[in-house]
Design a protein around this ligand. Structure first.
Ligand code: GDP
Ligand code: CA
Length: 319
């Protein structure tokens, strides 16, 4: 005869706060969103890339996370919506209006709704909740703060607004310094600070350390909330084999005086996290990461498709 049923060995599912930029962060957000029960994921998202275009409030990283979690992101471009059309953009070009930042017709609807709500006095946090609900996303997509913070890059061509550097000039300028204008007056929102307080697991996404993760960490209130949190804290490297999968993270490591490797990223995160996730190509760096006082974990981190994203998320959730 068998005895009474064993008490369930399953632990309650953790609550997770993910610090995220756009593409790299959104990929991991999607994995975590599927690995965790509804409502257990908060994505604390960079707003330093935000700007105004033709009277509209553009929030590139928030929208990349939103569209990715909604399963509507364009898989090839890495930004914007799938099945997009560009009639408005063509009309803008004909009118001689700025068309360097490409907002598609469907994407425009998000921007109209957001801008109208902000003009009515709704908070950006509230707007993102509305958009997430409308698109059936169960995770919270939280702007890092409500105040306008604007990332600017010091280059030989002068101080460039983030989108001027990133989109208009195609990241061709060597970045000599990074500034977050307005960050001194900003404050982590109640929702951001609560998410950090309640988290069992805090993850720094494999996002750009200088222009996606740093602004979130520097929002007043965030450092303290992280220090006081009892969560496991880990970071995933955006640099694999000395290269970024996309974007200027590797070039910025070099121009800002850091080693261009996952180890260079790990050094930036000493004091912020306890564990550092390296891709198997960087397994030889694990002892050097351990010497920094971070627990190295070697896991496949290339999140090409949904299975890889889910697998990485599950591995991160498991201590
Ligand atoms: P952005 O705001 O859209 O520029 O995107 P993020 O800052 O969130 O992410 C950019 C970083 O994501 C780049 O440095 C990439 O190397 C990294 N990245 C993109 N996809 C992946 C991936 O599948 N795995 C890992 N480890 N890093 C990735
Ligand atoms: Ca971004």
């Amino acid at each position: 005869m068998s005895g009474p049923p064993e008490p369930s060995a399953e632990k309650p599912e953790p609550r997770c706060a993910l610090l995220s930029g756009g593409v790299g962060g959104a990929r991991l957000a999607e994995g975590l969103h599927r690995a965790l029960p509804p409502g257990h994921l908060s994505v604390l998202t960079n707003t330093g890339d935000d700007f105004e275009l033709l009277g509209l409030r553009v929030c590139p990283d928030l929208d990349t996370v939103l569209y990715t979690l909604a399963g509507r992101a364009d898989p090839d471009r890495g930004w914007g919506l799938q099945d997009e059309t560009w009639h408005c953009l063509q009309a803008l070009e004909e009118l001689g209006a700025p068309s360097w930042f490409r907002l598609g017709d469907r994407d425009l609807a998000t921007h109209l709704v957001r801008t109208e709500a902000l003009n009515r006095g709704r908070s950006l946090t509230g707007v993102m909740d509305d958009l997430a609900r409308a698109l059936g996303v169960a995770a919270r997509i939280l702007p890092m703060c409500e105040e306008a913070v604007r990332t600017r890059l010091r280059t030989r061509a002068g101080l460039l607004d983030f989108q001027d550097y990133f989109v208009r000039r195609g990241q061709r300028d060597r970045v000599l310094g990074v500034e977050f204008a307005g960050i001194g007056q900003a404050r982590g929102t109640r929702e951001v600070l609560e998410a950090l307080e309640q988290a069992d697991l805090v993850v720094l996404a494999p996002s750009n350390p200088f222009v996606s993760i740093a602004p979130i960490l520097q929002v007043p209130g965030v450092r303290r909330a992280l220090q006081e949190s009892r969560a496991r804290k880990l970071a995933v490297s955006p640099i694999l084999g000395g290269r970024a999968l996309k974007g200027p993270a590797a070039a910025m490591l070099e121009s800002l005086g850091h080693e261009v490797s996952a180890l260079g990223v790990a050094r930036l995160y000493v004091g912020w996290v306890d564990e550092f996730v390296l891709d198997p190509v960087d397994a030889p760096l694990a002892p050097a990461v351990a010497e920094l006082g971070l627990l190295p974990r070697v896991l496949p981190t290339v999140m090409s498709g949904p299975p890889e994203r889910l697998a990485l998320a599950r591995a991160l959730i498991t201590p």
